[in-house]
Design a protein around this ligand. Structure first.
Ligand SMILES: NC(=O)c1ccc[n+]([C@@H]2O[C@H](COP(=O)([O-])OP(=O)(O)OC[C@H]3O[C@@H](n4cnc5c(N)ncnc54)[C@H](O)[C@@H]3O)[C@@H](O)[C@H]2O)c1
Length: 322
């Protein structure tokens, strides 16, 4: 199959590397208003794709069956929608969209058109984290008090320097993917505050998010874009869970490689392989992104809470089969 990559910034290298290693996808077009970013990406991997500033312009020069959406979060919905409307499958970076109605619209459109729509969920699919979640669910009994700290020091901030609420918009969805593996009861209410720490760097910011669940469980998240790499946590965060007579902690050392038995391809690469597998399977194509709607419901409530400065009920997610 042939792919157009839309958005050729920092994360495009990870996708380019993984798709080339997989070998089942040919990258035929690179789209970015920053033409230099597209050319640098092409040069890094020895590609000679069409280089364009918009998808229609790219499609006039090259064939594509699938769009890989690596644009900033605010563009995920319009870019994915436009690709699906043009009959193209979509593999998108997280978050699927910034609110639940937009995410549902994408899922319904993909289903109607028989197209694949899949979203990256590498932190929620991390095998080490999933093993921790298994330990919690098999050893403890809800309700749980869960806390997570995720502090990220980026080499280059990219779009985040101009993004309103960058942590809630861009980072928190990882934690929403993760906490759903720990707490299976429906979330009921979210309170979110995000405060820019612009005295450190333009993109620097810290968000505090509290989620209540129907079984009485409580999740408190502290996420931040910080500057000094010495202070960062592992990108998956550091997690603590306490229940009655039960306590567990998972906090990988960010400065050390992971140990066996969970060493293996990184979670993002596993996610990309699963997406390409889904593209090549026989029969009707699935819409795996439907399984991510519950994370977008949390994101929707968190953004509304941060903007409105009040607790916000979590919108209910209609049952949509993947
Ligand atoms: N899953 C993960 O672990 C992970 C890690 C990092 C980033 N991401 C996600 O990847 C996406 C991109 O992040 P990044 O770090 O590469 O950001 P970035 O700022 O480095 O790159 C974004 C690129 O998109 C381009 N762009 C802007 N508007 C565009 C448009 N209309 N059409 C096409 N391209 C456009 C920009 O010019 C830039 O080159 C974000 O959604 C982010 O959340 C995911």
């Amino acid at each position: 199959m042939k792919a157009a990559i839309i958005g050729c910034g920092a994360i495009a290298s990870r996708w380019g590397r993984s798709l080339l290693a997989d070998g089942r996808i040919e990258i035929t077009a690179l789209v970015d208003p920053d033409q230099q970013a597209a050319r640098v990406l092409a040069g890094r991997y020895g590609l000679s794709p069409a280089v364009a500033t918009t998808l229609p312009e790219a499609l006039a020069q090259a064939d594509a069956d699938v769009v890989v959406n690596l644009t900033p979060p605010e563009l995920h919905y319009p870019v994915s929608r436009s690709a699906l409307a043009q009959g193209l499958h979509v593999l998108t970076e997280k978050p699927l969209a910034l609110n639940l109605p937009d995410a549902l619209d994408l899922v319904h459109l993909a289903k109607e058109c028989g197209l694949l729509l899949a979203v990256m969920h590498n932190r929620g699919a991390d095998p080490d984290f999933l093993a921790f979640a298994d330990t919690v669910r098999s050893g403890g009994r809800a309700p749980f008090a869960v806390t997570a700290d995720t502090l990220v020091a980026l080499a280059g901030p990219g779009f985040r320097a101009g993004q309103h609420l960058p942590v809630t918009t861009d980072l928190a969805v990882h934690a929403f993917d993760q906490v759903r593996a720990l707490i299976t009861a429906p979330p009921t209410e979210v309170t979110c505050t995000e405060t820019a720490t612009g005295f450190l760097a333009a993109h620097s910011s810290i968000a505090v998010i509290t989620v209540h669940f129907a079984d009485g469980s409580l999740f408190t998240y502290r996420g931040g874009y910080i500057v000094d790499p010495a202070l960062r946590t592992d990108a998956n965060g550091g997690w603590r869970v306490e229940g009655r007579g039960f306590a567990a902690r998972w906090a990988p050392d960010p400065h050390r490689a992971r140990k066996a038995p969970y060493a293996g391809p990184p979670a993002y690469q596993r996610c990309i392989t699963a997406m390409v597998d889904a593209l090549h399977r026989d029969g009707p194509l699935p819409v795996p992104a439907a399984g991510n709607l519950a994370s977008i419901a949390l994101l929707d409530a968190a953004l509304a809470s941060a903007v409105g400065r009040r607790p916000v009920p979590v919108p209910e997610v209609a049952d949509v089969c993947p």
